[in-house]
Design a protein around this ligand. Structure first.
Ligand SMILES: [Zn+2]
Ligand SMILES: [Zn+2]
Length: 284
């Protein structure tokens, strides 16, 4: 009787676990990790390293400068063409459409490390790192574009990326480009391994940067500055600074807080490409 009820409860738990899965995300995450293992057998040639670096840098800048600092926090004002380029390049990082990304990230800032935070490590480190992506969320099936009308608005170039799974389109284009330049090994390093690297570094901002690191600013959450993630994500690792002043376009506030995305925004402001840059304390 006890064995039967234990079995039933295990079945119930696994049924519940399965019913909570976001199948599209789970398929993408699992299959890409399996493909990435091929990298252990097929070491990169110089052309593969060039593809990896070129696409890693451009998509990482696009996520940090475009999805995060421009679309989510409105840290500066850009011309429409630049907003489109940054958003399409950001989608090539395979982190979802812009409206979905922005809605979830704004929710994170509103509820950071409290009930309602989509990815707080208080619910477990693995949940904050990747688990939340594999699960259906509360807004599953609904239109994220309605939650953040300021993001894609009436711009069809942006709206299309939040229609069903069309956010994969720019990523597929980077795969085709990788194939044209470097064949299948080019796809492996320029698209698969590059995407996995950026996934884990971006996910680490949600997990690692709310667990270990320095807290130079008093905030109502557990956010921390992690210098090595600052380097790997081109500036996003200064996460405690960012939580202290989310709209500031520059996340590195002190001379030693290296923030390549912030430097690019400052340079673009200097040459007149972008305007109304929200300044951070101390360095500006
Ligand atoms: Zn955070
Ligand atoms: Zn943010």
């Amino acid at each position: 009787m006890t064995t039967d009820s234990a079995l039933n409860s295990t079945q119930l738990n696994s049924t519940r676990w399965f019913s909570q899965l976001n199948w599209t995300h789970s398929f993408l995450v699992v299959s890409l990790h399996i493909c990435g293992l091929l990298g252990l057998w097929f070491w990169p040639r110089p052309i593969d390293v060039a593809l990896f670096l070129g696409l890693y840098l451009s998509t990482t800048f696009a996520i940090g400068i475009g999805y995060h600092r421009l679309l989510t926090h409105r840290g500066f004002v850009s011309p429409r063409w630049m907003r489109r380029v940054l958003t399409w390049l950001g989608a090539a990082a395979l982190q979802g459409g812009p409206a979905r990304w922005v809605a979830i990230h704004r929710r994170h800032h509103q509820m950071a490390d409290k009930d309602g935070d989509p990815h707080s490590p208080l619910m477990g480190f693995l949940h904050a790192h990747v688990g939340w992506i594999l699960k259906k969320d509360a807004k599953e099936g609904s239109d994220y574009r309605e939650l953040v009308p300021d993001v894609s608005g009436q711009d069809p170039w942006l709206r299309v990326l939040d229609y069903k799974i069309l956010f994969v389109l720019p990523w597929v284009l980077t795969a085709l480009l990788s194939y044209a330049i470097g064949g299948w090994r080019g796809v492996l390093w320029g698209t698969v391994v590059r995407t996995l690297a950026l996934w884990h570094f971006t996910w680490s901002i949600n997990s690692v940067c709310h667990v270990i690191g320095k807290r130079p600013n008093e905030t109502r959450d557990e956010s921390r500055n992690v210098w090595w993630l600052g380097l790997l994500t081109l500036g996003e690792g200064w996460h405690n600074n960012h939580h202290a002043r989310p709209t500031a376009a520059c996340h590195g506030w002190r001379w030693y807080e290296v923030d390549f995305s912030g430097y690019v925004i400052r340079l673009m402001a200097k040459v007149g490409l972008v305007q109304n840059v929200v300044r951070a304390p101390k360095t500006w």
